[in-house]
Design a protein around this ligand. Structure first.
Ligand code: ATP
Length: 235
């Protein structure tokens, strides 16, 4: 069994548009192994979100191979893809994406209800475990608008963890936070990495990338591993 959580080979993605064909991802190769914490840096419009959507099985590539946890995603039905997404991927978004009229506990149960492998009798324990991990056990009955931005992002990380995914995909996780809350969220992601979690973060923020072991740069749809020197210079 490969140690790769993510393995992409020669992946391409284009969008057709009135103005013509836009080749957004060009021959992308990427391997993320179990336990790695990896950043993808790149300017606006370079293709980072498009890549993340494909990695998280929200979109599909036009060509190339993608193996997620040794599953060739090309060969799977829509139902199998949704189960794979739910069981293997935890998402953390820039704007938290919590459901406003649900409490923290109810928000955390949403992914559980879509996961056929987890019994309802386990829900309460799972909610308690992830809330304790993010330091918000005392906020389980709060609504999202009763929490600070940093607390909302920590709930979103708890939600991402609740199905015990193999990888956390984080899309600008500190993009809407002040520096104090950014640091708290990054400390939490670093702690999760130290426990052995695999984390992939796309970011514009070099202080976020500095927490990662490895960084790639996305330039005009091409992904390149940054050398140690480039990485040091960038952060
Ligand atoms: N659904 C779509 N239809 C057409 N073009 C798209 C679509 N999604 C993205 N694009 C184009 O793909 C290119 C890359 O967009 P993408 O959102 O991946 O960049 P990004 O690096 O994530 O940018 P940002 O940092 O601003 O979020 C852009 O030129 C964008 O216009």
């Amino acid at each position: 069994m490969s140690k790769a959580v993510i393995k992409l080979t020669d992946l391409n993605k284009s969008f057709s548009h009135r103005a013509g064909n836009n080749h957004v991802l060009k021959q992308i190769n990427l391997q993320v192994d179990v336990g790695e914490m990896v950043a993808i840096l790149g300017q606006s419009g370079s293709g980072k979100s498009t890549l993340l959507s494909i990695l998280g099985l929200l979109d599909v590539a036009d060509s190339g191979c993608y193996y997620l946890c040794n599953h060739d995603v090309k060969s799977l039905s829509a139902y199998q893809l949704s189960q794979l997404r739910n069981q293997h991927v935890g998402w953390v978004f820039q704007n938290f994406n919590l459901i406003a009229d649900m409490t923290v506990s109810e928000n955390l149960m949403v992914p559980l209800r879509f996961n056929d492998a987890i019994k309802a009798s386990e829900y309460a324990n799972r909610v308690a475990d992830v809330l304790s991990k993010v330091g918000l056990s005392d906020r389980c009955s709060f609504y999202p608008d009763e929490l600070s931005g940093g607390q909302q992002q920590r709930v979103a990380i708890a939600r991402a963890l609740i199905c015990q995914p193999d990888i956390l995909l984080c899309d600008e996780p500190t993009g809407n936070l002040d520096s104090t809350n950014s640091r708290k969220v990054m400390d939490l992601l670093c702690d999760l990495h130290k426990e052995g979690r695999t984390v992939l973060i796309i970011t514009h923020d070099s202080t976020v990338a500095a927490c990662c072991q490895k960084a790639y740069s996305m330039v005009d749809g091409k992904l390149q591993l940054m050398s140690e020197q480039e990485f040091k210079y960038a952060v």
